[in-house]
Design a protein around this ligand. Structure first.
Ligand SMILES: Nc1ncnc2c1ncn2[C@@H]1O[C@H](COP(=O)(O)OP(=O)(O)O)[C@@H](O)[C@H]1O
Ligand SMILES: O=C(O)C1=C[C@@H](OP(=O)(O)O)[C@@H](O)[C@H](O)C1
Ligand SMILES: [Mg+2]
Length: 422
């Protein structure tokens, strides 16, 4: 199986997993794409290594630092001053596919960008990719940014004209294409834009100015197209043939955000971090093992001893089923929940699944004085970990590394991610 992920801070909002996993499903490719949450780039890359990740996409704020970190960077990545795609191997190879996100949606609609007057709003990574792409096509670029200095610096570097943010509305009349790259809505007077203009945005989880453009008959290109076009090129760099079968829209089958399950091997800290997280979010905390013990009036070792593992797996399914309609809960699952396809499917459909990964040696040490029936010798333990590792990966919506972070840090990071996406 091939493994891919998006990294960033925050990262839980990213729709790359939907897009890539749909492609893999369409084409019957044995691969999975997930999200890795971290405090910084170094930790994210460590986690990639731990999980044998084959390739990543990076979102803000890691793109610039990633350029300095990779062993090899394409000319485009150097030109844009940022890497958003890395192919793992003996070396880390960095690319920038945002250029194609900025370019292809326009190329589909216009014969040429030559001498088109393009106003780029913002001066971050997406704006740099747009400047690079449009200058190469000989467009006339204008750049406007809230922080003037940063805007001026970027404009100078790419040979664009800088426009004072306060004066932005006064030049709209002359502009052929607006490329909007900032994640908040600014005071833009759409009525000033000529009707033949195009409004193109890099932001895919908001639809700023869509209605205003529609009213004026201005072509509005949603951020979804940017995401798809950059994703398609990344996917080719990952080694897949993307000519057919790449999704042309990101249908949003919303994942429940108020039903969180922590998944991962024994000792990864699901019960410990789960309790802390529930408290922070003011959700109810449920430990599936504890629910079973309480409901059955027996301890887990006793259930295993008297009835065997498969009996326990059926209990897990039964107790899990009772939770699928609950809201505002954090559930700590047992490490073996992925052994049952029924439980796997139920978690996939009804929960936002957070995988606590880490080194199995750490997990073994942490569970030393416990009565877990499947914590036999260290070889058995590590083999069981290997067998399950990819199942957690396939089920995950978000991953955190519990060998790097304490339970407190884990709950903090998840809380931060949820505050950004909820
Ligand atoms: N991130 C962590 N770093 C260090 N120790 C941890 C971490 N998470 C859990 N532990 C410790 O490991 C042991 C097992 O944790 P637990 O929450 O019961 O794991 P799980 O429910 O995943 O089996 C506990 O003693 C806990 O304090
Ligand atoms: O990995 C497993 O198969 C198990 C893990 C345990 O939970 P933790 O993951 O909380 O240790 C518990 O459900 C039972 O001992 C079986
Ligand atoms: Mg537990």
């Amino acid at each position: 199986m091939k493994r891919f992920a998006v990294i960033g801070k925050p990262v839980a909002h990213s729709k790359s997993p939907q897009m890539f996993n749909r492609f893999f499903r369409n084409k019957g490719i044995d691969a999975v794409y997930t999200r890795i949450a971290s405090k910084n780039l170094k930790d994210a890359l460590k986690t990639c290594r731990l999980l044998n990740i084959d390739g990543i996409n990076a979102t803000m704020p890691f793109k610039k630092e990633l350029l300095e970190t990779v062993d090899f960077a394409s000319d485009e990545a150097k030109g844009v001053d940022g890497v958003n795609t890395v192919v793992f191997g003996n070396q880390l190879k960095g690319h920038n596919t945002d250029i194609y996100g900025a370019l292809m949606p326009l190329k589909k609609r216009l014969k040429s960008l030559k001498d088109k007057k393009i106003l780029i709003i913002g001066a971050g990574g997406a704006a740099r990719a747009a400047l690079y792409a449009y200058k190469k096509e000989n467009a006339i670029c204008y750049l406007s940014n809230r922080t003037y200095e940063k805007g001026r610096e970027q404009a100078k570097k790419f040979g664009a004209y800088v426009v004072l943010f306060e004066k932005i509305n006064s030049i709209l009349r002359e502009i052929d294409i607006i490329c909007y790259t900032i994640p908040v809505k600014i005071d833009l007077d759409i009525s000033q834009i000529k009707p033949s203009a195009i409004f193109f945005t890099a932001i895919y989880n908001q639809h700023f100015f869509k209605e205003e453009c529609k009213k004026k008959g201005i072509i509005y290109i949603p951020g979804e197209e940017w995401l798809i076009e950059q994703g398609k090129v990344a996917c080719s760099l990952f080694g897949f043939d993307c000519k057919n079968g790449f999704p042309d829209s990101i249908l949003d089958k919303a994942k429940p955000k108020n039903r969180i399950a922590l998944i991962g091997f024994m000792g990864s800290g699901k019960s410990t971090a789960g309790k802390l997280l529930a408290k922070k979010l003011d959700y109810q905390f449920i430990d599936l093992d504890k629910s079973i013990e309480k409901g059955e009036g027996k301890g887990i070792p006793e259930i295993f001893n008297n009835f065997g593992e498969s009996y326990f797996r059926n209990l897990e399914y039964r107790y899990l089923s009772e939770l699928k309609d609950k809201n505002r809960i954090v559930l700590a699952t047992g490490g073996g929940i992925v052994e049952s396809q029924y439980c796997f499917d139920m978690l996939k459909d009804y929960f936002f699944n957070i995988f606590l990964c880490g080194n199995p040696e750490d997990f073994f040490r942490r569970t030393e004085n416990s009565s877990r029936p499947l914590r036999k010798g260290s070889n058995f333990f590590i083999n069981l970990y290997r067998k399950r590792k990819d199942k957690y990966l396939m089920l995950s919506d978000l991953i955190l590394n519990s060998s790097i972070y304490t339970p407190e840090e884990i709950s903090d990071i998840i809380y931060y991610e949820f505050c950004k996406v909820l």
